[in-house]
Design a protein around this ligand. Structure first.
Ligand SMILES: [Zn+2]
Ligand SMILES: [Zn+2]
Length: 734
């Protein structure tokens, strides 16, 4: 056994960079393996859970100033060496304090210092003495008698729940029985899930079979595949085919999906088709459920993990394959705290653990597509829908020549009417919730502003409120204009609520279903609405981008894009890419198998190359155009971006901090610092916001520069007046 080192380096959850040195336990010190949790004193009288990084014979801090480890929590490390190394790399790459990175990766259960094993379920059972009792002994205590009879009737005792159903006083009675020696308690381990036998794969087409063969031909090494399959082309069957092979070789598989796509139906599909228990990890779980799934994977009991963003950090000792579904989805990037990209870390993890990885999408991100074109990813294409289902016809409705009534042009109304007559469903996509984005006074031109943001309030008719979609501020609808006291307040523009009420007027007999964040806020509301659509109890669906993700609507034969121009000329460099992805994804919901679909897009800019590509279903054509534009502007994937953001309730403080930060920077060749500027929305939730963009063609000099710079920022005196954060590879520049 190695000798106990004199010092341990411990990562502690704290906004400070670097690690902290501690002395070993005083009593019975044992050598600690990196990845083991310890409780350590930190700050004034506080004790926190830290993670051992390593030991050493020396410390830069004098020995008498160091504190001692208070308690060791684990016999063996909770984070295996490969994962700990990945997390240390990620802390360096995203320039985020390691202690906070580790805290993000660990389930709350472990973060809070609880034991790294699940507690069993307590069970109360009769002792021999209890079983030998005469029932007449309890005639004068009916509650005791009822509970005793229930225990006599079973062989291995009862848990809290059935006892609770017999009497609310059961705990009290069990305590009495235990005292008399009639009852004892034991713990029951959670039983392993019973799973059905695997189902055979459906018939696959040549492209699917070929893709599975390519992936399974690379199971013993790292290789990143980009699976580009048009909507409805059966990407999931390719995942399942490859996963089946990996599981058969006794290895584990990690599947990441966007938050909104992780439905019970998806979990059930994987479970039934593969015939294995599925460990599910998402943000809606309790701490215990989350830890149960996590430890199942870590202890090698769960062969398959299906999870959202942070599931990328699940320890899996025999990892054999990673799948990232809808790899383009923005939800893979964490937008606060440790701003990592789960997709990018998944690729890195696969490389480090020498496993293949599949990134799948109908609309791959331009970053991944470029990697495939450059040859660092292997491109697999699924160009067809199985069963010869045809792609929907896409037509543009030129708003320069068509009148709009409640946001709908005559051809779009006619198309909806046609579907109603045929008993088919229509889907109208409008990525703006509420009734109208603006409330305006016709007397003086006043528009309702948010007092805390540089934004207008959205009018919500249902609740008779004005709501800010940026900070959540709400106010009641004013009766008069606050500026001129006029009564002519009118909603301008369309949101989903207004579209829904317009459709109700035009088609009074149609059954409408609206799907957006407001209409699905209640628990189970979304499921109920989707069920109505699937069971044919809906004629017209109206919704936001919630409709573009993960749901199939086989009876929808018309998709109408009500306002396609949002984002077409945005300052945000990814806006066109997102718009194209959204429309193509929503268009993919139209028509399956025997029912061809039609997509109608209302736009003021029918000549835009983005729409020309959409009409041809030409993702590659769009990508050529968009990549050329990015290359010209020097944006990703042709450069690397880092955004330093700052905000403060004091006007000017954020900009002042960024100016000081810029002055502090000594930039090496190839790294460019832009001037600090106010954020596109300068004031949000009462805070003034500003940002500074750093750009570089090469990663190495960029990160070398950031290393020193970021650590110096905290010491700036201007830093005390602001909240600042660094975003490496930002998803947007807002
Ligand atoms: Zn007015
Ligand atoms: Zn606001």
């Amino acid at each position: 056994m190695a000798a106990e080192p004199r010092y341990y380096q411990i990562a502690v959850p704290s906004p400070l960079f670097g690690h902290f040195d501690y002395l070993p336990l005083r009593e019975n010190p044992v050598p600690l393996t990196p990845g083991t949790r310890v409780r350590v004193p930190f700050g004034r009288g506080r004790e926190v859970t830290g993670v051992v990084l390593g030991g050493s014979a020396h410390s830069a801090v004098p020995r008498h100033k160091l504190k001692r480890i208070a308690r060791v929590l684990d016999d063996s490390p909770v984070l295996p060496a490969t994962l700990l190394a990945l997390l240390r790399w990620a802390a360096d790459y995203y320039h985020h304090p390691l202690g906070e990175v580790l805290a993000t990766a660990l389930p709350a259960w472990l973060r809070e210092g609880r034991p790294a094993r699940l507690p069993g379920v307590p069970v109360w059972h009769l002792t021999d003495a209890g079983r030998a009792l005469e029932s007449s002994a309890l005639t004068r205590a009916p509650v005791q008698r009822r509970l005793w009879e229930a225990l006599v009737a079973v062989t291995d005792g009862l848990e809290a729940e059935p006892l609770g159903e017999l009497s609310t006083r059961w705990r009290e009675v069990m305590a009495i029985f235990e005292e008399r020696g009639w009852v004892a308690r034991h713990e029951r381990r959670a039983e392993s899930e019973v799973v059905p036998a695997p189902q055979p794969a459906p018939p696959l087409n040549a492209a699917q079979t070929g893709a599975i063969a390519e992936i399974t031909g690379a199971l013993d090494r790292y290789q990143c595949f980009l699976l580009h399959g048009i909507t409805g082309s059966g990407k999931t069957e390719v995942y399942l085919g490859a996963i089946e092979k990996v599981l058969a070789s006794n290895k584990q598989v990690l599947v990441l999906v966007p938050e909104i796509g992780l439905t019970p139906q998806l979990v059930e599909r994987f479970r039934r088709r593969l015939g294995v228990p599925v460990a599910v990890l998402h943000s809606g779980l309790t701490d215990t459920q989350r830890f149960a799934a996590w430890s199942g994977a870590a202890e090698d009991k769960a062969p398959l993990v299906l999870g959202t963003r942070s599931a990328v950090f699940t320890p899996m000792p025999r990892l054999g394959l990673i799948v990232v579904d809808e790899e383009h989805d923005a939800s893979y990037k964490q937008q606060e705290g440790f701003r990592y990209s789960a997709r990018d870390l998944a690729v890195l993890r696969a490389a480090r653990e020498k496993a293949p990885i599949v990134l799948g999408s109908a609309t791959p991100s331009l970053e991944s597509l470029k990697n495939a074109r450059d040859g660092s990813y292997r491109l697999l294409e699924l160009p067809e829908r199985p069963g010869a289902a045809e792609l929907p016809v896409v037509r543009l409705l030129d708003l320069r020549k068509l009148a709009l009534d409640d946001g709908l042009s005559a051809p779009l109304r006619a198309a909806v009417a046609e579907r109603l007559k045929r008993g088919e469903q229509s889907l109208l996509f409008l990525n703006r919730r509420g009734f109208a984005p603006v409330l305006m006074c016709y007397g003086c031109g006043w528009v309702a502003p948010c007092r805390r943001c540089d934004a207008r309030l959205t009018y919500h008719q249902r609740s008779s409120k004005l709501i800010c979609h940026h900070c959540g501020a709400e106010q009641l609808l004013p009766e008069k204009c606050p500026n001129c006291a006029g009564a002519e307040l009118h909603p301008i523009g369309e949101g989903t609520e207004r579209l829904e009420s317009a459709l109700a007027k035009i088609f009074p007999k149609a059954r409408l279903v609206r799907i957006d964040r407001d209409s699905t806020a209640a628990r189970g509301a979304l499921e109920g609405k989707l069920k109505a659509v699937h069971e044919g109890r809906a004629d017209i669906l109206v919704g936001t981008q919630m409709l573009t993700k993960g749901h199939d609507f086989p009876n929808v034969t018309l998709v109408g894009v009500v306002n396609a121009d949002q984002g077409l000329y945005s300052a945000e460099f990814r806006a066109a890419e997102r718009l194209f992805q959204q429309i193509l994804q929503v268009a993919g919901r139209a028509g399956r198998a025997d029912k061809p679909g039609e997509v109608l897009i209302q736009t003021w800019h029918p000549d835009h190359p983005l729409f020309a590509a959409l009409v041809r279903h030409d993702f590659n054509g769009f990508a050529d155009y968009a990549l050329a534009e990015r290359s010209e502007a020097g944006f990703p994937p042709y450069s690397h971006l880092v955004l330093l953001r700052a905000e403060s309730p004091d006007r000017g403080a954020a900009l002042g901090f960024l100016r000081a930060a810029r002055a502090k920077a000594e930039t090496p060749n190839g790294v460019q610092l832009m001037d600090p500027v106010p954020s596109p929305m300068e004031r949000r939730a009462g805070r003034w916001r500003a940002q500074l963009l750093v750009q570089s063609a090469k990663r190495a000099p960029l990160h070398e520069f950031l290393d020193g710079w970021v650590r110096a920022l905290g010491a700036l005196k201007q830093a005390r007046r602001v909240r600042w954060s660094l975003d490496v590879d930002p998803a947007d520049l807002f």
